[in-house]
Design a protein around this ligand. Structure first.
Ligand SMILES: [Zn+2]
Length: 278
């Protein structure tokens, strides 16, 4: 007869992830996941290097950016030069994503499968979700920190998954800029000293951090690692202080649980802030 089916029940899956993102198709849930459904599809934020360069300026200015079906809209040609322009070549990268729909009210989770968001980015990248790590194809893949309640709020009048996928596309766009603007740094992230930049179009064989000196006493080890430029208003790392300042208790928590801040991470943030202000 047949072998035991590891998937006890076929998940009840909607016909599409979002009407605005028909390129996503359902897949089996990764092992150990408590998601309701899993979807794979591609986004390609930039159709050309020019679109990437225009996006960089817009995001730095804080202008509204238009996204449709995982693509950023082309804007009028740019005039002033930007230090990152020469590095932003080969930007028309198609990015393969895994989206895990969580039981409501939690937000979906997003994973970048290709180009792979590597496990070691939890140490060198500004916006990973190491608490949302999954196993995929024998590799550990951290989640992407898409949602920041202090920067973005869902429009209740619009379909939520479409808005989430727009945010994913904007994250991927910034991530591609981060990848292309990386510098080899020595020290402990994020405080290493730059040794050399990535050359335009240079492909790294490995971007895994390399330890060059062990930690001494209470200090941190010294690594050689690659880290880039993360453009736009989420550039600052958030901490309990900024969360407490920016998110009201009745508003959604920053963590993506979909629960009000006051009954989710706020009590822990208050404790942390009290500890660090001592
Ligand atoms: Zn929370």
């Amino acid at each position: 007869m047949f072998g035991a089916n590891p998937y006890k029940e076929a998940p009840q899956v909607a016909a599409s992830l979002s009407p605005d993102y028909p390129q996503f198709t359902p897949v089996l849930l990764p092992e150990g996941s408590n998601a309701e459904s899993a979807w794979i599809g591609e986004v390609q934020p930039f159709v050309s290097d020019e679109v990437a360069r225009a996006f960089l300026r817009q995001i730095e200015k804080g202008s509204q950016i238009w996204v449709a079906a995982g693509r950023i809209r082309d804007e009028k040609p740019i005039r002033q030069s930007h230090w990152a322009d020469p590095l932003l070549v080969g930007m028309n990268i198609r990015c393969r994503l895994l989206i895990l729909i969580q039981p409501l009210p939690a937000h979906p989770r997003a994973y970048l499968l290709n180009p792979l968001f590597a496990e070691h980015y939890v140490a060198t990248h500004p916006h990973p979700r190491f608490d949302q790590m999954i196993s995929w194809d024998g590799k550990k893949v951290p989640g992407l920190c898409i949602y920041s309640a202090s920067e973005f709020r869902y429009d209740p009048a619009r379909e939520r998954r479409s808005q989430f996928l727009e945010q994913v596309t904007l994250y991927i766009a910034r991530h591609l800029i981060w990848l292309k603007t990386r510098r080899l740094c020595r020290g402990y992230p994020p405080h290493g000293v730059p040794l050399r930049p990535l050359m335009p179009g240079e492909i790294l064989i490995s971007d895994r951090p390399v330890q060059v000196q062990q930690a001494v006493a209470e200090g941190k080890p010294t690594w050689d690692y690659w880290a880039g430029y993360w453009p736009g208003p989420t550039a600052a790392a958030f901490n309990p202080e900024t969360h407490l300042k920016k998110i009201k208790p009745h508003e959604e928590c920053w963590c993506g649980s979909g629960v009000p801040y006051g009954s989710c991470h706020r009590p822990a943030d208050v404790i942390q802030q009290n500890l660090s202000s001592r």
